[in-house]
Design a protein around this ligand. Structure first.
Ligand SMILES: Nc1ncnc2c1ncn2[C@@H]1O[C@H](COP(=O)(O)OP(=O)(O)OP(=O)(O)O)[C@@H](O)[C@H]1O
Ligand SMILES: [Mg+2]
Length: 287
């Protein structure tokens, strides 16, 4: 393979438009997107609702074809979905007619029973579902179902996991728990994860780097490196500073409803946070 070893995902000058309702009309969604995800990185993409986050992830995952530019994964242009890369969606990802252990073992069909059994047991334990191996999804809570889906993704041993708002349907406390579970699992498995969320706190709790998208037509306007120890201390000054920088980059203040005049603050951080403009262009003017 002609892979540049350090880049698992590489998006170059990518544009995406959808046909509009009227003849000849185009809905411009993505503009000149450039990004790189290295092996073992956990990168979050945040941006306002409707800006094109899912569209971008679906292009990288091979479910949509971009209008212009390239999406390259493990050195090859993306030409369609690939079983080496697994998608975890917001909900309904598990098969309701299969038990927890059958769901988790779904991607292991090619292995024989003796090989499958310890792998399934390992991931059942990792996501804390001991005792529920024979349960069906309808017998589980939303958080437990989501953990089954994560376990199934990990058990298949993918090179990359794409996650699109995977905790979006869960209540606040369950989301917090799921984030710390995912952090723990990611630290032990070291998978490459590209994680889409509109939740800034979620991004700061999880990511090595946060890519901040602008309003549609969206580009990556700012990249925030989050060099804070895990598990992240939500009361630490570094955490709060990072969160506030992302709010500011999105043109919002944490003080509800206020907009900031400072869209891309230049001041370097003293708490393990550093910021770069989006890779493709100068930062935009405030809109
Ligand atoms: N298949 C499609 N055909 C036409 N327009 C589409 C299609 N898919 C998405 N869009 C439009 O593209 C834009 C981006 O949609 P997308 O779902 O990528 O946003 P998002 O950032 O994931 O939003 P959210 O945070 O609400 O999930 C929206 O305006 C949407 O209406
Ligand atoms: Mg979406």
């Amino acid at each position: 393979m002609s892979t540049a070893p350090q880049s698992m995902v590489s998006v170059r000058d990518l544009w995406m438009s959808f046909p509009g309702k009227r003849a000849g009309e185009q809905i411009h969604v993505l503009e000149r997107i450039n990004l790189e995800v290295k092996e073992g990185e956990l990168v979050c993409i945040v941006g306002p609702s409707g800006c094109g986050k899912s569209t971008l992830l679906n292009i990288i995952g091979g479910f949509l074809q971009q209008t212009l530019g390239a999406a390259i994964v493990e050195g090859e242009p993306v030409s369609g979905p690939d079983p080496r890369r697994i998608f975890v969606f917001q909900e309904n990802g598990v098969f309701p007619w299969l038990t927890v252990e059958e769901n988790i073992g779904f991607g292991l069909a090619k292995k024989d029973q003796t090989e499958r059994r310890p792998i399934i047991a390992h991931y059942v334990g990792m996501v804390g579902l001991h005792g529920f191996e024979r349960a069906y999804p309808r017998e589980l809570s939303g958080g437990m179902r989501q953990r089954v889906e994560i376990a199934r993704a990990l058990a298949a041993s993918p090179d990359i996991i794409y996650m699109d708002e995977p905790f979006g349907a869960l209540d606040f406390l369950t989301r917090l728990k799921m984030r710390s579970d995912l952090t723990r699992i990611w630290q032990s498995e070291k998978k490459t994860i590209l994680f889409v969320t509109h939740d800034i706190e979620e991004a700061v709790q999880l990511a090595d780097r946060v890519l901040v998208m602008s309003q549609r037509p969206a580009t990556i306007q700012t990249v925030i490196n989050v060099d804070l120890p895990r598990p992240r201390d939500l009361d630490s000054s570094g955490y709060i500073e990072t969160r506030d920088r992302i709010f500011a980059a999105m043109g919002m203040s944490v003080r509800i409803g206020e907009t900031t005049t400072e869209k891309n603050p230049e001041t370097p951080s003293s708490h393990g946070v550093s910021e770069e403009p989006g890779p493709q262009r100068e930062p935009r003017e405030h809109r």
